[in-house]
Each structure stands twice: as structure tokens, then as C-alpha cells.
Ligand binder design. Sequence first.
Ligand SMILES: Nc1ncnc2c1ncn2[C@@H]1O[C@H](COP(=O)(O)OP(=O)(O)OP(=O)(O)O)[C@@H](O)[C@H]1O
Ligand SMILES: [Mg+2]
Length: 623
Amino acid sequence: KSFDDRTDTGASADQMTNKVFVHGMPDDTSWSAQVSRLREANEVEHSEQLYNEGHVVDEEEMPIRVIVRKRPMSKREASASDSVDVIQPLTYNNYGRVLVYQPKTRVDLTKEIETLPFAFDNVFDEVSSNLDIYDSTVRNLIPGVFDGKWASVFAYGQTGSGKTFTMMGSGLTGKKAGNQRNDDSENFGLYYLAAQDLFKQANQRRNQHISVGASLFEIYGGKLFDLLNNRHPIKCLEDQKGKVCFPGLSEHPVSDADELMTVIEQGASKRSTGTTSANADSSRSHAVLQLSLRKQVGRQSNVEHARLSFIDLAGSERGADTDKACRTTRLEGAEINTSLLALKEVIRALATGGKMAHIPFRGSKLTQVLKQGFVGKNSRTVMVSCVAPNLSNCDHTLNTLRYADRVKERNAETGQLVGAATASSIKTSKSATTPTGNSSRPARSSFSETENIDDEEDDEPNEEMDANDSYSMEELVSEDEDDDSAVLNNILSQTSPISSPTRAGQKVKNQNKTESISSKKQAAQALIDTHRTVMTGMLGIVKHEMTLVNTTDADRDKIEDYLVDLETVHDEQLSMLSNLRESLLEYYGSRDSARPRHSDIPHNRSTDTSGVLSDGSFEDLRD
Ligand SMILES: Nc1ncnc2c1ncn2[C@@H]1O[C@H](COP(=O)(O)OP(=O)(O)OP(=O)(O)O)[C@@H](O)[C@H]1O
Ligand SMILES: [Mg+2]
């Protein structure tokens, strides 16, 4: 046989170079051999299609950038006999793809690999450094911050996938694992790299009036703790205009990146961590680093001009621990699950061009905290989805990629953006809180009021906030309410789509098959997601209502504010029910058999109670 023929029979590079080739031997059917054959074929195909003219996206037009980072195999993973690298990142000139090779064993016990493709704004392979990631995703946000644009950078992914490594750098992670590498300057974290640029610009003459303050806190079990002030509990309050403040949070003046890192290092050691099988230094909380740019405006000092936030989220699979672990860990998992679902819905709603009043910020403490950085046309967000390469992490990796894909959808084959651009794409990407669901709402008097509120809020990041403002605010969640809601959250998260590796409904074999197979499953997934988010959102609203009622009861002068707030609350509730209703109908619409008869759905009731769906829209969906 010729060399080429041998390649065709599937002999791996290893076999060709190191082993004697035996004619007529059957293909190696081990997972690793199958994956490497697929990998090679896809690599060849990729090198032929590197350049793709069609999808250039203007940076300025990209309020949300979703990227994926694959970490290298750890020594332990690499030395295990069953280790297989199942992730293949492929970069194109203006987007990236990730192929996941998922092993399947058929009923006749034959082993088969299913290739699941995803597309994102950027993908980074295992040899990419933090600096590479910084250069192509975060660096360009820094000048905007000086123009008053707010920016947020998230790290999302399962435990041990490299979130803290990405944010804090190699010098501050993996200490217990013994792989501390302080000298690896390429692997300074995004915190440090951004701070270097930020201070370089802040020290320029034209920015002399701007000072930078750093605060670092964690969100743990639905509560906030100041990591730069001995884990002092802090509150998250929202004023009548919806602005979020953190009374009690310490903000430390910093003037260069090294000073910032010293401050962060002290704070990071106070963070709640534990040990998981995948990570000796596992973070159990969401950590939020805020760099606030402040300036003097007239006679007011310390007015916030813009803010750059970094959020190192807790491991996304924590909810999966709910049944094995102790009560604390279960509650931790439940809270993390709820907050990550709420975050996804918020980012999705923003990505699809949502109206602020209908975005479910109250769904969790995390989203309440981040609200200020999200509202308005001037906000930029980067979501770094971290994945581990090994076969044993495959299910969690798929969950992470699906989460990221739902935040900002792209065609898995072509990288074409599916989303805010067209009305039809908004329809397919609809979820509980996607504000487009409101299109079928009849005009109501309160609706026009809401529009005004939206417009006001759109400009919020430009509105400067006085740090010395007195806090005439209402606390969103009281301590007592938290316990009840934790229990409820626990129930809500029992079957979280993030945590459940066996959840059906998201298999994407290839693009052509996907559309028919998965539309039904996607509709089911969307319905479940929607329902859960609505329940979570409702819970958040009830908490708010409790505070509202109590405050008004104590001080009747607040009745006017109460009435306005109540209108907004009703609006939000109706909007949520409307979305759930649409998701339900979409699900029925996607089923090609066993559709409910017209009389099975109490559409009249829905029309009466929420005024949301007309009979016409119902018929359209059914047909
Ligand atoms: N890109 C990378 N290159 C080299 N080592 C890495 C990389 N990413 C992560 N690691 C190492 O893997 C281990 C786990 O990483 P890290 O602590 O960042 O995980 P995590 O996603 O924050 O997990 P958790 O959710 O449990 O906090 C650490 O020892 C870290 O040094
Ligand atoms: Mg971590």
C-alpha cells in the first residue's frame, strides 16, 4: 500500500512513525484512535477554510463577546491510561469553532464518536496564554472605559476548568496543586493585564482628573462579603431609579497594577474555597473585582465615571452536588445554579436587544449586583467560557458550551450570528425573559410608562453616580427571607440543565440533521429553562414585594412610589407569564404528534388574565 492509502485506512501518525505497519490489520477502535482520526480529518478541512469573508463584525457593534478557552491536560489527567483529549478548537479569521468528540457505546457495544460542533466569537486552544486572550478580547475595552463605557468580564465553567487561572494568573492559582509559577509573565491574569493598561492611560495627562479605586467582594450563598475588609458582610441596595449601591463596601485607591495585585492577593486568600476532585483550590463563590474610575464633577468629588468589573464565577457544575453533599454544599449548589441561570437569562436578554424593565435582574443576587454594569447602550461584556480537555469532563464541557451558545448563538458550521439582527432569529432564540416575547402584548397604559423608564435606564452608565449619595434605598432581600428562598432555590435547581449531564434534548449531530431533530428537543429545553427562570424571577419579585409592602406600611408617605413600583412589578410578572406561555405554545408547535386539541389549552383564560396572547397567535403556532 502507498503512504496515502495507509493514512486512509486510519493508521495514526504514531503507528506510521513508530510502529511496524501490518497489512490488513483492522482499524484501532479505541476512543483515542477514533478521536485522533477525526481530529486529523477536521484539521485538514479547517486549513482549507481558514478565511471566511462573510462574518466580519464591528467591535463597536459587539456589546457581548463570548469566547471559549481550553486548558491543557494536567499532568495527572495526561498520565491516566484512559485520558483522551476530546476538544478541538479551530480558529477562523473572525470567529472560532469548537468540536467536541463525544464517545458513544451503541447497544451492540460498538464504540462510536459523535462530533458536536459549536461556534463562538473567539476560541483559544491549550497553548494560548492569558496574554493572548487579553490581547484579542479585553484590551480593546480599556479606552472605552475612559470614555465612560462600563465593561464586565466573566469567567464561566466547571470546577478546575481554569476560571481563576484566567482571571488571576498562574501566580495566584494552583497553590495547593503545587503548580505555582510566579515567573510566568505571559500568564499574568486578566486582572493584572487590564490594570497595566488601565493605569497607563490613567496616568496620562488628559486623564489626570481620574482616580481608580478597587473593591473585591464575593457572593456566597446569596450574601455579599467584602474580601478587602475581613469578609465584612455588605448589602446590595437599589434606589427608586434602579441604581445599585453597596453601602459598607470598602474601595481602595490604587495607582498601579502591582499595587492592585498586592491588594487582590490579600483579598483572594479570604475567598471561600474548598477542594474538589478536579481542583484543590476550588472557588465556592462568585468573586467580583470592581475597578471604579472616579472624578470630580463641580463640587462633587468621587463621582463614578465608569467601571470595569471582573467576575470569577463559582464552578458551574456545583448544582450537580445537590444530592450527595451536606446541607451547606447543597445550598451552595442551589444558589450557584439559580444565579448562573439568572445570569444567562440576563445576558441573553441583553444580547437580543432587550428592554431593561423586562430583564430579570432580580432573579439572583449575582444579577442584582451586576445590573449597573449591564444596563445601557454603553456596556460591554466579555464572557470567557473555560473548558477542560479530558474525556472525563465531556458532559460538563458540553454543558458549558451550550450555556455559552445560548448566551450568544452562532451557526455551529458557518459561525454566522443568530440573534439580535433579525426578527425571526429572535423568535427562535426566545426564552423566558427574552423581551421580544412582549411583542404580542396589547398596549396598556402602564406599558408606555415602562418605555419611559427604559429610556431613562438605557443611559445609566453615562449618568454619573455620586459616591457620597446618601442611601435612600430599599434593601432587596432581608436576612430572614434568604433562608426560605434558599430552600426554594434548592428545589428549583434540583433538575438544573446546567448540572444534569444526562439531560436530553441538545444533541447536535451535524448541522443538517440538527434542525429537524433538535427543534423539538430545543423547544422542550427552552420550555423547562423558561419555566425555571420564571419561577426564579417570580421568587425575586416576591422578595421585592415583601420589602415594598413593609416599607410602605411603615411609612405611608411612600404610597406614591409604591404605586409606581407596583405597576412595574405587575408588568414584570405579566411579561414573565407571557414568555412562559409562548414557550409552552412553541413547544406544542414543535411536536409533530400528539398535539393537544384546541380545547386542551385554556387559551381563553390566558387571554383574560394576562392579556398576552390572542387566539390568532395561538393558531399560528399550532399550525
Ligand atoms: N490554561 C492553563 N494553563 C495551565 N494551567 C492551568 C490553566 N488553566 C487552569 N490551570 C490549572 O488548573 C487548576 C485549576 O484551575 P482554576 O483554579 O483556575 O480552576 P477554576 O475554574 O477556578 O475552578 P473552581 O470553579 O473550582 O474554582 C489550577 O491548578 C490551575 O493552575
Ligand atoms: Mg476558581
